[in-house]
Write a protein that binds this ligand. Structure first.
Ligand code: PGA
Length: 247
């Protein structure tokens, strides 16, 4: 794992946006894996800026989102599709035909997961997967537990994760859907390059265990140690425990 510590969150977003621009220059039909949550908002804002300046052309990219709530219509403001449309797709000119989600309204979630996996394979796999990390070490909605699912699957969300997602549900965790669909850890690890963003002291312990701890389903992010091309981008607060461990 390559770890880079940035002074501010914005510096990490600028660096990752520059990497994306360089990758797009090499391969305009880039296949991206994308996360939601608070962390990537700064990255998406930067990409939208670059697009507005005519420096980023996303017209040929294909995107796959990591996860989606079960049972929420796509236009619900709390759905991850709505989040992506708001923060990136609409302002960066990425058309609905270019983007792929696990459909939380699918009548057969298991078949939907199989369809999603087949669509990723048909696109030639994911070139660059951007990831966040939960304070509990989850990746996507792969929550800590006794075991992990390799492929896209249906998950029951932890109370902590529902609380973290309550903002678009009237700040009431009970209104956050209790289940979701998520890429599995093998789906994620098959991407050619992984870049994980983590900001703030609240992520420090999970980051330290991800980098230095054993590979264990108790901390799904630790499985990233098994991938040969992983970049971890941190701000100083998220890196605090790492630097303490190294000094
Ligand atoms: P956050 O979520 O960016 O909102 O902290 C990350 C995650 O839970 O994966």
């Amino acid at each position: 794992m390559n770890v880079t510590v940035f002074r501010h969150e914005r510096d990490a977003a600028v660096a990752l946006a520059d990497e994306l621009l360089a990758a797009l220059a090499r391969r305009p039909a880039l296949v991206l894996g994308l996360p939601t949550g608070r962390t990537p908002v700064t990255l998406y804002r930067r990409l939208v800026e670059l697009h507005a300046q005519g420096r980023a052309d996303f017209s040929q990219v294909t995107t796959f989102n990591l996860d989606e709530f079960l049972g929420l219509p796509a236009d619900h403001p709390g759905s991850y599709r709505a989040y992506m449309t708001r923060h990136l797709f609409a302002p960066a000119g990425i058309a609905p035909a270019q983007v792929h989600f696990l459909d939380g309204m699918a009548s057969d979630p298991e078949a939907e997961c199989a369809r999603f996996e087949a669509t990723i394979a048909a696109a030639g796999g994911i070139d660059l997967m951007v990831l966040g990390i939960g304070a509990n070490g989850h990746i996507g909605f792969n929550e800590p537990g006794a075991g992990l699912s390799a492929r896209s699957h249906r998950v029951v969300l932890k109370a902590q994760t529902r609380r973290a997602n309550a903002a678009f549900f009237g700040n009431d965790p009970a209104r956050v859907p209790g289940e979701a669909l998520s890429m599995g850890m093998a789906t994620i690890l098959q991407a050619r390059r992984l870049v994980l963003l983590a900001m703030g002291r609240g992520k420090g312990r999970a980051v330290e265990r991800m980098v230095n701890g054993p590979v264990t389903p108790r901390l799904p992010a630790s499985f990233l140690q098994l991938h040969e091309d992983v970049e971890v981008m941190l701000d100083e607060a998220a890196a605090e425990r790492l630097t303490r461990a190294q000094s």
